[in-house]
Design a protein around this ligand. Structure first.
Ligand code: ATP
Ligand code: MG
Ligand code: FE
Length: 332
């Protein structure tokens, strides 16, 4: 089973070939145009996808030394994501499947982030809990099998990646600021500044309050000392990161105890965060968890994970038709 998979939900145009569940390659064109704007500009993203999609697909086929006529299916991200961006991958996949007369497979981007765990060893055993932390989502997912997953906890407002990026913006750091906060945090004292945490019921998260809290905190400190940020950047970043990681891990522990599950996985771009990885490993020792984190290449947006999800859908006979359209708010 040779699947060509496409990902175009946000600001990465990616194509991958997955052969019998084995990832042969994962070609990613990252869009740099957004750096100047402090966030992804949807219209620029769709234009860049249009420019990148043909070369990226071409490179994936050439690199795997596969002729398009030997493909078994074409897979694409149907949602969630930016409508204009999703449309590029969706239309491209539909046309190619039609031209080659092969099946079409739609993939949910958030499920694919989780199935990235099945690209390399070690692979988690079912059932496991996955904390998916990305630029647009923060979810605790109960994963029962490859295609049977249930969101048991979620953010009510901002995603944690967004909280990282927006805090970074308040500190005058460039976009995406998450990795920069991580970098400075490693040199700072995480207990220097106490930031307000929002208490949420059950397994729910909320990250919009902390952003406002940081805004007021910085405003007050800057009134006293206009060089406050420059002089304390490492400690501020360490304190922000510590607070966000604590919020993530508290609920994860609550979920693990509630469902009595000890296989714990991490997915999405924020799983690169060193504070989160360290905190998770510490908690794992205390709670007797087995922890799984995919390689970084498969944590951020990529087509390999789309191909992996498509592989399991192919085996289950889950195909879609030419009537399919992009779904920006796609649910599980
Ligand atoms: P979604 O999957 O919800 O549609 P997305 O695909 O845009 O969102 P990803 O590409 O998975 O999100 O992750 C990007 C996010 O990860 C950004 O918010 C970025 O700041 C954050 N991020 C990446 N590395 C780090 C790090 N080391 N520390 C904190 N945040 C990080
Ligand atoms: Mg991205
Ligand atoms: Fe993503």
């Amino acid at each position: 089973i040779k699947i060509l998979a496409l990902e175009s939900s946000c600001d990465e145009t990616s194509a991958a070939i997955v052969d019998n569940g084995k990832v042969l390659n994962n070609i990613i064109a990252t869009q740099s145009v957004h750096g100047n704007y402090g966030g992804v500009v949807p219209e620029l993203a769709s234009r860049a996808h249009q420019q990148n999609i043909v070369p990226v697909v071409d490179q994936a086929l050439k690199n795997a030394a596969i002729d398009k006529t030997s493909l078994s299916a074409i897979a694409f991200t149907r949602g969630p994501g930016l409508l204009g961006a999703l449309l590029v991958g969706t239309s491209f996949a539909k046309s190619m499947a039609l031209a080659l007369n092969i099946p079409l497979i739609e993939v949910n981007h958030m499920q694919a982030h989780i199935l990235a765990h099945f690209i390399d060893d070690p692979k988690p055993e079912f059932p496991f809990l996955c904390l998916t932390v990305s630029g647009g989502h923060t979810q605790i997912v109960l994963v029962k099998s490859y295609l049977d997953m249930e969101i048991v906890g979620e953010t009510r407002d901002d995603a944690v990646g967004e909280a990282f990026d927006k805090s970074a913006k308040l500190l005058g750091l460039s976009y995406p600021g998450g990795p920069l906060i991580d970098k400075y945090a490693q040199l700072g004292d995480p207990h220097r500044f106490a930031l307000p945490q929002t208490e949420m019921p059950g397994l729910e998260y909320s990250f919009s309050g902390i952003k406002t809290g940081i805004l007021y905190f910085l405003r007050d400190e800057l009134k006293k000392n206009e060089n406050f940020i420059d002089e304390n950047l490492n400690d501020i970043c360490a304190s922000i990161q510590h607070t966000l990681v604590e919020m993530l891990l508290q609920k994860l522990r609550k979920a693990a105890r509630q469902f009595n599950i000890k296989n714990i996985a991490l997915a999405g771009g924020v799983s690169a965060n060193s504070g989160l990885r360290n905190g998770l490993n510490q908690m794992a020792e205390k709670e007797d968890w087995k922890v799984f984190v995919p390689a970084f290449e498969y944590c951020t947006d990529n087509a390999a994970m789309i191909g992996m999800a498509a592989h399991y859908k192919y085996l289950a006979g889950e195909f879609t038709t030419q009537e399919v359209s992009a779904l920006p708010r796609m649910k599980f």
